[in-house]
Design a protein around this ligand. Structure first.
Ligand code: PHE
Length: 485
Protein backbone atom coordinates (compact mmCIF):
# COMPACT_ATOMS: atom_id res chain seq x y z
CA UNK A 1 0.00 0.00 0.00
CA UNK A 2 1.42 3.41 -0.79
CA UNK A 3 1.86 5.78 2.07
CA UNK A 4 -0.94 8.17 1.21
CA UNK A 5 -3.67 5.68 0.41
CA UNK A 6 -6.64 5.52 2.79
CA UNK A 7 -6.89 1.99 4.20
CA UNK A 8 -10.21 0.18 4.50
CA UNK A 9 -9.98 -0.02 8.29
CA UNK A 10 -10.70 3.45 9.65
CA UNK A 11 -12.26 4.51 12.91
CA UNK A 12 -15.89 5.48 12.38
CA UNK A 13 -15.30 8.72 14.26
CA UNK A 14 -12.54 10.71 15.91
CA UNK A 15 -14.03 9.54 19.19
CA UNK A 16 -13.58 5.94 18.12
CA UNK A 17 -9.84 6.53 18.03
CA UNK A 18 -9.80 8.55 21.24
CA UNK A 19 -11.74 5.89 23.13
CA UNK A 20 -9.66 3.04 21.74
CA UNK A 21 -6.36 4.79 22.46
CA UNK A 22 -7.54 5.78 25.93
CA UNK A 23 -8.69 2.19 26.45
CA UNK A 24 -5.21 1.04 25.51
CA UNK A 25 -3.52 3.53 27.80
CA UNK A 26 -5.78 2.99 30.79
CA UNK A 27 -5.09 -0.43 32.20
CA UNK A 28 -3.80 -2.33 35.19
CA UNK A 29 -0.97 0.21 35.17
CA UNK A 30 -3.32 3.07 36.06
CA UNK A 31 -5.73 1.44 38.44
CA UNK A 32 -3.30 -0.51 40.51
CA UNK A 33 0.23 0.66 39.85
CA UNK A 34 -0.12 4.42 39.55
CA UNK A 35 -1.82 5.01 42.93
CA UNK A 36 0.60 2.64 44.62
CA UNK A 37 3.83 4.14 43.26
CA UNK A 38 2.46 7.63 43.82
CA UNK A 39 2.25 6.82 47.51
CA UNK A 40 5.68 5.19 47.48
CA UNK A 41 7.49 8.09 45.85
CA UNK A 42 6.16 11.07 47.70
CA UNK A 43 2.57 11.73 46.67
CA UNK A 44 2.03 15.20 45.23
CA UNK A 45 5.67 15.75 44.22
CA UNK A 46 5.70 12.46 42.33
CA UNK A 47 2.42 13.37 40.63
CA UNK A 48 3.96 16.63 39.42
CA UNK A 49 7.05 14.89 38.02
CA UNK A 50 4.86 12.25 36.42
CA UNK A 51 2.77 14.97 34.74
CA UNK A 52 5.97 16.64 33.52
CA UNK A 53 7.15 13.30 32.09
CA UNK A 54 3.84 12.74 30.32
CA UNK A 55 4.29 16.19 28.76
CA UNK A 56 8.03 15.95 27.98
CA UNK A 57 8.28 12.36 26.78
CA UNK A 58 4.84 10.80 26.54
CA UNK A 59 3.04 13.41 24.48
CA UNK A 60 5.79 14.07 21.88
CA UNK A 61 6.49 10.35 21.35
CA UNK A 62 2.78 9.54 21.18
CA UNK A 63 2.28 12.25 18.55
CA UNK A 64 5.17 10.79 16.56
CA UNK A 65 3.78 7.25 16.79
CA UNK A 66 0.30 8.30 15.68
CA UNK A 67 1.83 10.30 12.82
CA UNK A 68 3.94 7.25 11.80
CA UNK A 69 0.83 5.09 11.79
CA UNK A 70 -1.30 7.49 9.82
CA UNK A 71 1.39 8.45 7.31
CA UNK A 72 2.71 4.90 6.91
CA UNK A 73 -0.75 3.30 7.01
CA UNK A 74 0.01 -0.15 8.29
CA UNK A 75 1.32 -2.33 11.08
CA UNK A 76 4.43 -0.89 12.77
CA UNK A 77 6.70 -2.87 10.42
CA UNK A 78 4.92 -1.74 7.27
CA UNK A 79 4.43 1.83 8.47
CA UNK A 80 8.08 2.38 9.37
CA UNK A 81 9.23 0.72 6.13
CA UNK A 82 6.86 2.96 4.13
CA UNK A 83 8.08 6.09 5.86
CA UNK A 84 11.74 5.12 5.47
CA UNK A 85 11.10 4.59 1.77
CA UNK A 86 9.40 7.97 1.50
CA UNK A 87 12.33 9.63 3.29
CA UNK A 88 14.91 7.81 1.17
CA UNK A 89 16.31 6.13 4.31
CA UNK A 90 17.21 2.47 4.80
CA UNK A 91 14.20 0.13 4.97
CA UNK A 92 16.08 -1.69 7.73
CA UNK A 93 14.64 0.83 10.19
CA UNK A 94 11.62 -1.42 10.17
CA UNK A 95 13.45 -3.61 12.66
CA UNK A 96 12.09 -1.18 15.28
CA UNK A 97 8.61 -1.94 14.00
CA UNK A 98 9.35 -5.61 14.59
CA UNK A 99 10.59 -4.87 18.05
CA UNK A 100 7.51 -2.84 18.95
CA UNK A 101 5.19 -5.55 17.66
CA UNK A 102 7.06 -8.20 19.59
CA UNK A 103 7.02 -6.05 22.75
CA UNK A 104 3.23 -5.72 22.56
CA UNK A 105 2.90 -9.47 22.09
CA UNK A 106 5.23 -10.26 24.98
CA UNK A 107 3.55 -7.79 27.35
CA UNK A 108 0.20 -9.34 26.52
CA UNK A 109 1.42 -12.84 27.29
CA UNK A 110 1.93 -11.95 30.94
CA UNK A 111 -0.80 -9.30 31.07
CA UNK A 112 -3.49 -11.94 30.39
CA UNK A 113 -2.37 -13.77 33.54
CA UNK A 114 -2.75 -10.62 35.65
CA UNK A 115 -6.04 -9.76 33.92
CA UNK A 116 -7.08 -13.32 34.78
CA UNK A 117 -6.70 -12.44 38.48
CA UNK A 118 -9.09 -9.58 37.93
CA UNK A 119 -11.64 -11.73 36.09
CA UNK A 120 -11.46 -14.39 38.78
CA UNK A 121 -12.00 -11.81 41.52
CA UNK A 122 -14.98 -10.43 39.65
CA UNK A 123 -16.43 -13.94 39.68
CA UNK A 124 -15.49 -14.59 43.32
CA UNK A 125 -16.97 -11.28 44.40
CA UNK A 126 -20.21 -11.85 42.49
CA UNK A 127 -20.62 -15.42 43.75
CA UNK A 128 -20.04 -14.29 47.34
CA UNK A 129 -17.14 -16.69 47.92
CA UNK A 130 -14.99 -13.88 49.34
CA UNK A 131 -17.53 -12.73 51.92
CA UNK A 132 -16.88 -13.19 55.60
CA UNK A 133 -13.11 -13.67 55.29
CA UNK A 134 -10.40 -11.70 57.06
CA UNK A 135 -7.04 -10.49 55.71
CA UNK A 136 -5.13 -13.75 56.35
CA UNK A 137 -7.78 -15.95 54.74
CA UNK A 138 -8.01 -13.64 51.74
CA UNK A 139 -4.24 -13.83 51.33
CA UNK A 140 -4.59 -17.61 51.39
CA UNK A 141 -7.32 -17.49 48.72
CA UNK A 142 -5.08 -15.36 46.47
CA UNK A 143 -2.19 -17.78 46.88
CA UNK A 144 -4.33 -20.88 46.45
CA UNK A 145 -5.65 -19.44 43.16
CA UNK A 146 -2.09 -18.98 41.90
CA UNK A 147 -0.97 -22.42 43.05
CA UNK A 148 -3.66 -24.11 40.97
CA UNK A 149 -2.56 -24.17 37.31
CA UNK A 150 -6.03 -25.16 36.14
CA UNK A 151 -7.68 -22.19 37.82
CA UNK A 152 -4.97 -19.67 36.91
CA UNK A 153 -4.63 -21.07 33.39
CA UNK A 154 -8.39 -21.21 32.95
CA UNK A 155 -8.85 -17.51 33.76
CA UNK A 156 -5.92 -16.49 31.55
CA UNK A 157 -7.43 -18.61 28.76
CA UNK A 158 -10.77 -16.86 29.19
CA UNK A 159 -9.09 -13.44 28.93
CA UNK A 160 -7.22 -14.57 25.81
CA UNK A 161 -10.38 -15.89 24.15
CA UNK A 162 -12.41 -12.74 24.93
CA UNK A 163 -9.56 -10.54 23.65
CA UNK A 164 -9.25 -12.49 20.41
CA UNK A 165 -13.02 -12.54 19.89
CA UNK A 166 -13.11 -8.74 20.07
CA UNK A 167 -10.01 -8.26 17.92
CA UNK A 168 -11.21 -10.85 15.39
CA UNK A 169 -14.39 -8.87 14.76
CA UNK A 170 -12.32 -6.08 13.27
CA UNK A 171 -11.41 -2.51 14.00
CA UNK A 172 -14.89 -0.99 13.67
CA UNK A 173 -17.13 -3.88 14.67
CA UNK A 174 -14.90 -5.32 17.39
CA UNK A 175 -12.53 -2.77 18.87
CA UNK A 176 -14.46 0.48 18.28
CA UNK A 177 -17.91 -0.85 19.19
CA UNK A 178 -16.68 -2.45 22.41
CA UNK A 179 -14.66 0.54 23.62
CA UNK A 180 -17.68 2.78 22.94
CA UNK A 181 -19.51 1.23 25.87
CA UNK A 182 -16.63 -0.14 27.91
CA UNK A 183 -14.82 3.19 28.38
CA UNK A 184 -17.83 5.29 29.50
CA UNK A 185 -18.92 2.30 31.63
CA UNK A 186 -15.56 2.25 33.33
CA UNK A 187 -15.64 5.98 34.05
CA UNK A 188 -19.16 5.68 35.53
CA UNK A 189 -17.97 2.83 37.79
CA UNK A 190 -14.97 4.91 38.89
CA UNK A 191 -17.23 7.86 39.70
CA UNK A 192 -19.52 5.61 41.75
CA UNK A 193 -16.48 4.28 43.62
CA UNK A 194 -15.24 7.83 44.29
CA UNK A 195 -18.73 8.71 45.52
CA UNK A 196 -18.54 5.77 47.89
CA UNK A 197 -15.02 6.69 49.02
CA UNK A 198 -16.19 10.26 49.62
CA UNK A 199 -19.08 9.22 51.80
CA UNK A 200 -17.87 6.05 53.54
CA UNK A 201 -14.10 5.91 53.15
CA UNK A 202 -11.42 8.04 54.76
CA UNK A 203 -11.36 10.48 51.86
CA UNK A 204 -9.17 13.05 53.51
CA UNK A 205 -6.41 10.50 54.32
CA UNK A 206 -6.57 9.19 50.77
CA UNK A 207 -6.46 12.68 49.33
CA UNK A 208 -3.46 13.72 51.43
CA UNK A 209 -1.65 10.49 50.62
CA UNK A 210 -2.02 11.22 46.90
CA UNK A 211 -1.56 14.96 46.73
CA UNK A 212 0.55 16.17 49.64
CA UNK A 213 3.60 17.80 48.14
CA UNK A 214 6.38 16.19 50.14
CA UNK A 215 9.51 16.79 48.12
CA UNK A 216 11.72 15.06 50.69
CA UNK A 217 10.11 11.74 49.79
CA UNK A 218 10.92 12.21 46.12
CA UNK A 219 14.15 10.41 45.25
CA UNK A 220 15.96 10.26 41.92
CA UNK A 221 14.52 6.77 41.68
CA UNK A 222 11.09 8.36 42.00
CA UNK A 223 11.83 10.74 39.12
CA UNK A 224 12.88 7.83 36.94
CA UNK A 225 9.95 5.73 38.08
CA UNK A 226 7.65 8.57 37.02
CA UNK A 227 9.33 8.69 33.62
CA UNK A 228 9.15 4.92 33.13
CA UNK A 229 5.55 4.80 34.17
CA UNK A 230 4.63 7.65 31.81
CA UNK A 231 5.98 5.47 29.02
CA UNK A 232 4.21 2.28 29.98
CA UNK A 233 0.92 3.91 30.86
CA UNK A 234 0.61 5.59 27.45
CA UNK A 235 1.26 2.23 25.70
CA UNK A 236 4.24 3.64 23.79
CA UNK A 237 6.82 1.64 21.80
CA UNK A 238 4.67 -1.46 21.81
CA UNK A 239 2.92 -1.12 18.47
CA UNK A 240 -0.43 -0.37 20.09
CA UNK A 241 -0.71 3.39 19.55
CA UNK A 242 1.10 3.29 16.20
CA UNK A 243 -1.30 0.68 14.80
CA UNK A 244 -4.36 2.47 16.17
CA UNK A 245 -2.97 5.64 14.56
CA UNK A 246 -2.89 3.86 11.21
CA UNK A 247 -6.71 3.73 11.29
CA UNK A 248 -7.04 7.45 11.98
CA UNK A 249 -8.67 9.33 9.09
CA UNK A 250 -6.58 12.13 7.65
CA UNK A 251 -7.78 15.52 8.75
CA UNK A 252 -8.10 14.63 12.44
CA UNK A 253 -5.73 16.69 14.59
CA UNK A 254 -3.05 14.41 16.02
CA UNK A 255 -2.00 16.95 18.66
CA UNK A 256 -5.53 17.45 19.94
CA UNK A 257 -6.28 13.72 20.09
CA UNK A 258 -2.94 13.01 21.81
CA UNK A 259 -3.63 15.59 24.50
CA UNK A 260 -7.13 14.21 25.00
CA UNK A 261 -5.80 10.66 25.48
CA UNK A 262 -2.96 11.75 27.78
CA UNK A 263 -5.30 13.86 29.92
CA UNK A 264 -7.93 11.09 30.09
CA UNK A 265 -5.25 8.54 31.05
CA UNK A 266 -3.92 10.79 33.80
CA UNK A 267 -7.39 11.62 35.11
CA UNK A 268 -8.34 7.94 35.33
CA UNK A 269 -5.15 7.21 37.26
CA UNK A 270 -5.87 10.05 39.70
CA UNK A 271 -9.51 8.98 40.01
CA UNK A 272 -8.47 5.40 40.70
CA UNK A 273 -6.23 6.65 43.50
CA UNK A 274 -9.08 8.72 44.92
CA UNK A 275 -11.35 5.69 44.81
CA UNK A 276 -8.92 3.14 46.27
CA UNK A 277 -6.94 4.86 49.03
CA UNK A 278 -9.84 6.20 51.10
CA UNK A 279 -11.14 2.62 51.30
CA UNK A 280 -7.72 1.26 52.25
CA UNK A 281 -7.24 3.92 54.95
CA UNK A 282 -10.75 3.65 56.35
CA UNK A 283 -10.00 0.00 57.01
CA UNK A 284 -6.56 0.55 58.50
CA UNK A 285 -4.70 -1.29 55.76
CA UNK A 286 -1.18 -0.79 54.49
CA UNK A 287 -1.20 1.14 51.18
CA UNK A 288 2.15 -0.29 50.13
CA UNK A 289 1.42 -4.00 50.23
CA UNK A 290 2.56 -4.71 46.66
CA UNK A 291 1.02 -6.64 43.76
CA UNK A 292 -1.50 -8.44 45.90
CA UNK A 293 -2.79 -5.15 47.37
CA UNK A 294 -6.13 -4.85 45.66
CA UNK A 295 -6.74 -8.60 45.53
CA UNK A 296 -5.92 -9.38 49.12
CA UNK A 297 -7.00 -6.26 50.96
CA UNK A 298 -9.80 -4.57 49.02
CA UNK A 299 -12.15 -7.56 49.48
CA UNK A 300 -11.68 -7.12 53.26
CA UNK A 301 -12.88 -3.57 52.89
CA UNK A 302 -15.73 -4.64 50.64
CA UNK A 303 -16.75 -7.22 53.25
CA UNK A 304 -17.10 -4.50 55.83
CA UNK A 305 -19.04 -1.94 53.85
CA UNK A 306 -22.75 -1.73 53.34
CA UNK A 307 -23.46 -2.97 49.79
CA UNK A 308 -19.81 -4.06 49.77
CA UNK A 309 -20.46 -7.01 47.49
CA UNK A 310 -22.03 -4.71 44.90
CA UNK A 311 -19.11 -2.27 45.09
CA UNK A 312 -16.66 -5.17 44.93
CA UNK A 313 -18.30 -6.43 41.77
CA UNK A 314 -18.22 -2.91 40.30
CA UNK A 315 -14.55 -2.50 41.17
CA UNK A 316 -13.36 -5.77 39.64
CA UNK A 317 -15.63 -5.27 36.62
CA UNK A 318 -13.94 -1.91 36.10
CA UNK A 319 -10.47 -3.42 36.47
CA UNK A 320 -11.32 -6.25 34.06
CA UNK A 321 -12.64 -3.82 31.46
CA UNK A 322 -9.55 -1.62 31.81
CA UNK A 323 -7.32 -4.68 31.37
CA UNK A 324 -9.32 -5.90 28.37
CA UNK A 325 -9.24 -2.60 26.45
CA UNK A 326 -5.46 -2.57 26.94
CA UNK A 327 -5.11 -6.23 25.97
CA UNK A 328 -6.90 -5.78 22.64
CA UNK A 329 -4.49 -2.99 21.71
CA UNK A 330 -1.39 -5.07 22.49
CA UNK A 331 -2.22 -7.72 19.88
CA UNK A 332 -3.62 -5.34 17.23
CA UNK A 333 -0.18 -4.78 15.64
CA UNK A 334 0.39 -8.52 15.21
CA UNK A 335 -3.10 -9.11 13.81
CA UNK A 336 -2.77 -6.12 11.45
CA UNK A 337 0.62 -7.40 10.27
CA UNK A 338 -0.65 -10.96 9.71
CA UNK A 339 -3.74 -9.86 7.83
CA UNK A 340 -1.95 -7.20 5.74
CA UNK A 341 1.16 -9.14 4.85
CA UNK A 342 0.00 -12.71 4.76
CA UNK A 343 -3.29 -12.22 3.04
CA UNK A 344 -5.18 -13.67 5.97
CA UNK A 345 -8.69 -12.80 7.03
CA UNK A 346 -8.88 -10.81 10.23
CA UNK A 347 -10.59 -13.68 12.03
CA UNK A 348 -7.96 -16.17 10.95
CA UNK A 349 -5.14 -13.77 11.86
CA UNK A 350 -6.67 -13.26 15.33
CA UNK A 351 -6.99 -16.96 16.04
CA UNK A 352 -3.49 -17.67 14.82
CA UNK A 353 -1.98 -14.86 16.89
CA UNK A 354 -4.22 -15.81 19.83
CA UNK A 355 -3.13 -19.45 19.75
CA UNK A 356 0.57 -18.61 19.84
CA UNK A 357 -0.12 -16.03 22.52
CA UNK A 358 -2.03 -18.57 24.57
CA UNK A 359 0.88 -21.02 24.50
CA UNK A 360 3.32 -18.36 25.69
CA UNK A 361 0.83 -17.16 28.33
CA UNK A 362 0.34 -20.70 29.66
CA UNK A 363 4.07 -21.02 30.03
CA UNK A 364 4.12 -17.68 31.90
CA UNK A 365 1.25 -18.84 34.11
CA UNK A 366 3.22 -21.94 35.17
CA UNK A 367 5.75 -19.62 36.84
CA UNK A 368 3.28 -19.38 39.74
CA UNK A 369 2.82 -23.09 40.32
CA UNK A 370 4.25 -26.13 38.52
CA UNK A 371 7.17 -24.13 37.16
CA UNK A 372 7.98 -22.37 40.42
CA UNK A 373 11.47 -23.90 40.23
CA UNK A 374 12.09 -23.12 36.57
CA UNK A 375 14.23 -20.05 36.75
CA UNK A 376 16.96 -18.60 34.61
CA UNK A 377 19.34 -16.17 36.32
CA UNK A 378 16.93 -16.09 39.23
CA UNK A 379 13.92 -15.04 37.16
CA UNK A 380 10.83 -16.97 36.20
CA UNK A 381 9.58 -16.88 32.62
CA UNK A 382 6.81 -14.49 33.75
CA UNK A 383 9.43 -12.10 35.17
CA UNK A 384 11.57 -12.42 32.06
CA UNK A 385 8.71 -11.25 29.85
CA UNK A 386 8.19 -8.22 32.06
CA UNK A 387 11.91 -7.53 32.42
CA UNK A 388 12.76 -7.81 28.72
CA UNK A 389 9.87 -5.61 27.62
CA UNK A 390 9.98 -2.88 30.23
CA UNK A 391 13.72 -2.70 30.82
CA UNK A 392 14.96 -3.20 27.27
CA UNK A 393 12.46 -3.21 24.45
CA UNK A 394 10.31 -0.23 25.43
CA UNK A 395 13.18 2.15 26.21
CA UNK A 396 15.15 1.17 23.09
CA UNK A 397 11.98 1.34 21.02
CA UNK A 398 11.15 4.75 22.52
CA UNK A 399 14.55 6.20 21.65
CA UNK A 400 14.24 4.72 18.16
CA UNK A 401 10.81 6.32 17.64
CA UNK A 402 12.12 9.69 18.82
CA UNK A 403 15.23 9.53 16.62
CA UNK A 404 13.26 8.34 13.60
CA UNK A 405 10.80 11.20 14.04
CA UNK A 406 13.43 13.81 14.87
CA UNK A 407 16.23 12.96 12.51
CA UNK A 408 15.66 10.15 10.03
CA UNK A 409 12.30 10.94 8.49
CA UNK A 410 12.11 14.17 6.54
CA UNK A 411 10.80 17.07 8.59
CA UNK A 412 8.35 17.95 5.84
CA UNK A 413 6.64 14.53 6.11
CA UNK A 414 5.85 14.75 9.78
CA UNK A 415 5.20 18.48 9.69
CA UNK A 416 2.61 17.78 7.05
CA UNK A 417 1.11 14.94 9.06
CA UNK A 418 1.07 16.71 12.42
CA UNK A 419 -0.38 19.89 10.93
CA UNK A 420 0.69 22.08 13.86
CA UNK A 421 1.18 25.81 14.02
CA UNK A 422 4.79 26.87 13.33
CA UNK A 423 5.48 27.43 17.03
CA UNK A 424 3.81 24.18 18.04
CA UNK A 425 5.82 22.24 15.47
CA UNK A 426 9.11 23.74 16.63
CA UNK A 427 8.36 22.87 20.25
CA UNK A 428 7.45 19.31 19.26
CA UNK A 429 10.62 18.95 17.14
CA UNK A 430 12.81 20.16 20.00
CA UNK A 431 11.13 17.79 22.43
CA UNK A 432 11.35 14.76 20.14
CA UNK A 433 14.93 15.43 19.01
CA UNK A 434 16.50 16.21 22.36
CA UNK A 435 14.35 16.18 25.46
CA UNK A 436 12.57 12.85 24.93
CA UNK A 437 15.61 10.75 23.88
CA UNK A 438 17.76 12.11 26.69
CA UNK A 439 15.06 11.48 29.29
CA UNK A 440 14.63 7.92 27.98
CA UNK A 441 18.41 7.31 28.03
CA UNK A 442 18.36 8.41 31.68
CA UNK A 443 15.62 5.87 32.53
CA UNK A 444 17.52 3.24 30.63
CA UNK A 445 20.80 3.87 32.42
CA UNK A 446 19.01 3.76 35.74
CA UNK A 447 17.04 0.65 34.86
CA UNK A 448 20.26 -1.15 34.02
CA UNK A 449 21.65 -0.14 37.37
CA UNK A 450 24.69 1.40 35.66
CA UNK A 451 24.21 4.59 37.63
CA UNK A 452 21.51 6.17 39.68
CA UNK A 453 20.86 9.83 39.01
CA UNK A 454 20.31 11.97 42.03
CA UNK A 455 18.50 15.26 42.26
CA UNK A 456 21.87 17.06 42.28
CA UNK A 457 22.58 15.62 38.83
CA UNK A 458 19.89 17.75 37.20
CA UNK A 459 22.28 20.53 36.06
CA UNK A 460 24.33 17.86 34.23
CA UNK A 461 21.20 16.46 32.75
CA UNK A 462 20.16 19.87 31.40
CA UNK A 463 23.73 20.40 30.19
CA UNK A 464 23.52 17.11 28.27
CA UNK A 465 20.37 18.32 26.53
CA UNK A 466 22.07 21.60 25.53
CA UNK A 467 25.17 19.73 24.27
CA UNK A 468 23.07 17.26 22.32
CA UNK A 469 21.16 20.15 20.74
CA UNK A 470 24.37 21.80 19.67
CA UNK A 471 25.85 18.58 18.31
CA UNK A 472 22.62 17.54 16.60
CA UNK A 473 22.06 20.91 14.96
CA UNK A 474 25.63 21.48 13.74
CA UNK A 475 27.01 18.05 12.84
CA UNK A 476 24.67 17.01 10.12
CA UNK A 477 22.75 19.27 7.75
CA UNK A 478 20.20 16.50 7.45
CA UNK A 479 19.34 16.83 11.10
CA UNK A 480 18.38 20.43 10.67
CA UNK A 481 15.33 19.92 8.53
CA UNK A 482 14.20 22.51 6.00
CA UNK A 483 14.07 26.07 7.16
CA UNK A 484 10.67 27.65 7.15
CA UNK A 485 10.20 30.16 4.37
N1 PHE B 1 -0.98 1.19 29.15
C1 PHE B 1 -1.35 -0.08 29.69
C2 PHE B 1 -1.54 0.02 31.21
O1 PHE B 1 -1.33 1.05 31.79
C3 PHE B 1 -0.36 -1.14 29.38
C4 PHE B 1 0.00 -1.27 27.94
C5 PHE B 1 1.33 -1.35 27.58
C6 PHE B 1 -0.98 -1.33 26.95
C7 PHE B 1 1.68 -1.49 26.23
C8 PHE B 1 -0.63 -1.48 25.59
C9 PHE B 1 0.70 -1.56 25.25
O2 PHE B 1 -1.86 -0.94 31.83
Amino acid sequence: MTARQQPKNLWISRWGFILAATGSAVGLGNIWKFPYITGEYGGGAFVLVYLACILAVGVPVMMAEIAFGRRGRGSPIEAIANLAREAGASPLWKVFGWMAMLAGFMILSFYVVVAGWSFSYLWKMASGSLSGHGVAELGGIFEAGNANPWALGGWATLVTVVTMLIVGRGVQEGVEKSVRWMMPGMVIMLLIMIGYALTSGNFSAGFHFLFDFDVSRLSSEGVLAALGHAFFTLSLASGAILTYGSYLPSGTSIARTTFTVAIADTLVALMAGLAIFPIIFANGMDPSSGPGLIFMSLPVAFNQMPFGQLFGVLFFAMLSIAALTSAISMIEATVAWLSENHNMSRTKASWLAGSVLWLVAMFAMLSFNLGADWTLAGKHFFDWLDYLTSRWMMPIGGIAMALLAGFVFKSSMLRDELDLSEGGYRIWLFMIRYVSPICIVAIFIDALGVAALSLEDWPYFLGAIVLACGAGETLSPRLRGPRVA
